[in-house]
Design a protein around this ligand. Structure first.
Ligand SMILES: [Zn+2]
Length: 192
């Protein structure tokens, strides 16, 4: 799934965390139209034990769902933090990568790929994204890195970074598709 030049694999190996189920706890995933998904997020300024614990809980929640990425607003935390699965980097072992304060600093080309979201149940749709991106971010120690990637992994990163700006993948769909989904959600809410 992950496709990066050789030099970036070294970075991925350095930053990825091996999934260790014992220490983690599953969090509630907020779903559309919960307002927390639209809230402005704050930059992470403290790189401590509680940040590391939050990242582990996010990974546990992501794998339990299951998903390939999760942004902090999806568990009700309005901060600039995402985790993404990087299992393509290893043999059988589950590995994920936390990106703190991630920002797309360069992009190139376009691609269309099918997306879904743990916060937008029962919908997948083709979304237009950048083909190749460079993301600047900090690791759990606060050190700054840049990662360039393309294809599916670039899609996952763009999707998760969107969450930090209150944007959901349905915002990229045509107004017609979006309103059909909104109607469906309204119907569910009346029924439950
Ligand atoms: Zn999502």
């Amino acid at each position: 799934m992950v496709h990066c030049p050789d030099v970036e694999w070294a970075l991925l190996r350095q930053i990825t965390v091996i999934y260790d189920k014992i220490t983690m706890s599953i969090q509630k995933i907020y779903q559309y139209p919960d307002p927390v998904l639209r809230k402005e997020t704050e930059r992470v300024a403290t790189f401590d034990e509680s940040l590391a614990r939050l990242v582990e809980d996010m990974a546990e929640t992501m794998y339990d769902a299951p998903g390939v990425g999760l942004a902090a607003p999806q568990i009700g935390q309005s901060i600039k933090l995402i985790v993404v699965d990087t299992h393509g980097d290893s043999e059988g072992e589950r590995r994920f990568m936390p990106l703190v304060n991630p920002e797309i600093v360069a992009h190139e080309g376009t691609q269309f790929d099918e997306e879904g979201c743990l916060s937008v149940p029962d919908l997948t749709a083709s979304v237009k994204r950048h083909k190749r991106i460079t993301v600047a971010f900090q690791d759990l120690q606060g050190q700054t890195h840049e990662l360039s990637t393309e294809d599916r992994f670039a899609v996952v990163l763009q999707h998760e970074i969107d969450h930090l700006n209150g944007i959901l993948f349905i915002d990229h769909l045509s107004p017609l598709k979006r309103s059909l989904y909104k109607k469906k959600v309204k119907k569910w809410m009346v029924e439950t």
